[in-house]
Design a protein around this ligand. Sequence first.
Ligand code: URA
Length: 454
Amino acid sequence: MLYQELIRRKRDGDALSGTELAAIVAGICDGSMGDAQLGAFAMAVLLQGMTLQERVHLTTAMRDSGKVLSWDHGPVIDKHSTGGVGDTVSLMLIPALAACGAVVPSIAGRGLGHTGGTLDKLESIPGYDIAPDAARLRKIVAQTGCAIVGQTAALAPADKRFYAIRDITGTVESLDLITASILSKKLAAGLDALVLDVKCGNGAFMADQGAAQKLARALVDVGNGAGCRTVALISDMSQPLAPAVGNALEVGVAVDFLTGRVIDARLWDVTCALGGQALTLAGLARDPDQGRGMLEAAFRSGKAAECFGHMVAALGGPTDFLENAASYLPAAPVVRTVPAPVSGVVTGYDTRAIGVAVIALGGGRRQAADRIDPRVGFSDIVPVGSRLGRGDALVRIHAANPDHADEATATFLHACTLGEVAPAPEPLILECVSECCSKVGTGFELLEHSKSIS
Ligand code: URA
């Protein structure tokens, strides 16, 4: 098969077959498709788009480009967020799902752009190993029901090269390629079900709801088409989700939540809504309401916290992490409370600017190889609608030095709007996107979810 012929046909708007897309993925992995050809193919896809069937074929070929894990017990489920600011949900949801009887091998990612990454957060726990080998991962999941780890070179290797080429050819934004990239990595963990949190708002990659709907629809249809029961919630990301942003600070928020010391209402709602959907998809709950109740019980009984503690210890972290998190989590040398400059109501945040400010503090990467400073960020962020008097605490800055703290203070004050009138409360969960029935009868065949041996 000649790559230039496949590129030409895609350029002209033809739909490629499963065999043709599998040949392209094979060419990505063995290097027989050159960088120029791969960049041209990515651009052709970006400009012409793909049918649902093509998206499924590309995703499954990328999933199968490496190992696909298999598990002795199930249901095997995971959650994925399209990325936000102060989005600590995975740290609570994954152990809670395990506490409810699911098997949760969660393949998490690093920070991307202005958004934080679960792996970066977990690495602020001393000793936590995000890259156990396959045998250890299997043992930990069998013992604790869950493990949050990173993608290894063995899982969906086609995505690594394809992503790098997209990154330098102006083709990252292709909805078809984003879908295949996200799902190929998640599905390589051998999932039966996947719940997606598609973020929408000024702290998300998809700022408007129309774009978030398109991404959610693509992910849900391709996930289901690839044999994994998939549902998406579109949730609000127009203010930081947690009251803290920054790696160790967000782990602290998660520990407070799991132990019941401080439970943020918005975090609780998003976590339980996603959990209710996940348990229903997994067949462990009759419907999302029952699933939500099961998840809430797992938090209230302390079982979710227990699973988190076991997972951290099994992956090399302290055995008493939950009890003594504050003594293990690294703390910034400069901590400064910023007072509200005037009295008023917090009417909104430039959430993206807050995410970018964490990078400027050293809590994210400017270059791919950068080491991040887990200590820095913002805490005690007050939610939109909070009424403050002049001089009341607006936020706490955690910085490596006074200059960084000055800069972060100015950025935060600029990113926060204080007004006279409280805005009308906006819903946190905007929409649920589930499997599209219209594909039935269109000749689209569900593909067998082929699981190879890990
Ligand atoms: N995250 C991914 O893993 N891939 C994309 O293409 C975009 C976001």
